[in-house]
Design a protein around this ligand. Structure first.
Ligand SMILES: [Mn+2]
Length: 328
């Protein structure tokens, strides 16, 4: 059993009410894991609410309970919980400015489930496994410890979590456990083909057009080993796209043969959000950290307070240097 599973299960079992929290701009793993935990807690007869600063993305809006996710600012004056439980939240700041402190003040205790190695173990009870390809995989083990059997609804949530964070079971972090859990989910009634079409095929028109923009703007550096794409606020407006529509666009950079590292820079509220990807054995987490960000070895991100073109130059230089001589 993973370190911390039994301890997290124990505090969850004791709690009568739990505030499950997702990171801002939540992805499939965050929402799927949070909703699976919510279902499990409801099944155990507890009060469970999922909170997130931002809206659930359309990608996972079909999951059971997605419409019950609350904004933090819906928190009532006198609302209290026995337990705060962030899932897939690498750092308290990832809940959104000030929200970890605010939620901690209304929750008697705290525990978390996460899979980012950089996680500073900010809760009282922590289950953090940096080797787990998705928080959803840790949650599946936690359900076992809680004695909650899988069913179709739980399987859908966990599949969305695991399949999205593993690039549909394609990344190097996928293990035998990943497939064993996937097999359990299929056996529990998961509608596999429908889920895969919803998660990996269908996109809003705006997202398809935004991807086209980014590809058009792609510049290659360092003899074609580094790809940098930019999306301006105008690009988003032209395509009618939202920030979440750019989430997987960075991977298009790695689609170019010969590219070892890719970056997508997008204007977002006066700042530039940078997504970085690398092909193993290259890493980008050190570059993200050098700019005050973080993430995984081959998938990381940071935010720059620079004009878009200048930010792109800085990132391109850094990636070229990394291709020459290693990360950071
Ligand atoms: Mn995750």
């Amino acid at each position: 059993m993973r370190e911390g599973i039994a301890e997290v299960a124990a505090v969850l079992r004791q709690a009568g009410s739990v505030a499950v929290c997702c990171h801002l701009n939540p992805d499939g793993d965050a929402v799927g894991t949070a909703l699976a935990l919510r279902l499990a807690l409801l099944r155990l007869g507890k009060r469970a609410e999922v909170f997130c600063r931002d809206k659930v993305p359309a990608l996972v809006a079909m999951l059971p309970g997605a419409d019950s996710v609350r904004a933090f600012d819906s928190l009532g004056e006198t609302e209290r919980f026995d337990l705060l439980c962030p899932v897939d939240v690498s750092d308290p700041s990832r809940l959104g400015e000030g929200w970890f402190a605010r939620m901690s003040a209304v929750c008697a205790d705290s525990c978390q489930v996460d899979h980012h190695e950089t996680n500073p173990r900010y809760c009282r009870v922590n289950c953090v496994d940096g080797d787990a390809p998705a928080a959803g995989l840790i949650l599946r083990e936690l359900l076992g410890a809680l004695g909650v059997p899988l069913d179709r609804a739980l399987a859908g949530c966990l599949y969305a979590a695991i399949a999205t964070d593993t690039g549909n079971f394609s990344y190097g972090n996928v293990t035998g456990e990943t497939f064993r859990v996937a097999a359990e989910l299929v056996e529990a009634g998961l509608p596999l083909a429908d889920m895969n079409r919803a998660l990996f095929v269908v996109q809003p028109e705006a997202q398809v057009r935004l991807t086209g923009r980014a590809i058009e703007r792609m510049r290659l550096y360092h003899g074609g080993e580094v790809a940098v794409m930019t999306l301006s606020g105008q690009d988003f407006a032209d395509c009618g796209a939202l920030t979440e529509h750019a989430d997987t666009v960075v991977n298009r950079g790695l689609a170019v043969r010969g590219v070892r590292m890719a970056a997508l820079l997008r204007e977002d509220g006066g700042r530039v959000k940078v997504s970085l990807r690398a092909v193993k054995p290259d890493t980008v987490s050190g570059i993200a950290a050098a700019f005050g960000g973080g993430g995984h070895a081959q998938a990381a991100g940071c935010i720059l307070d620079l004009p878009l073109a200048e930010a792109a130059e800085r990132i391109a230089q850094r990636l070229c240097a990394a291709v020459d001589g290693g990360d950071a």
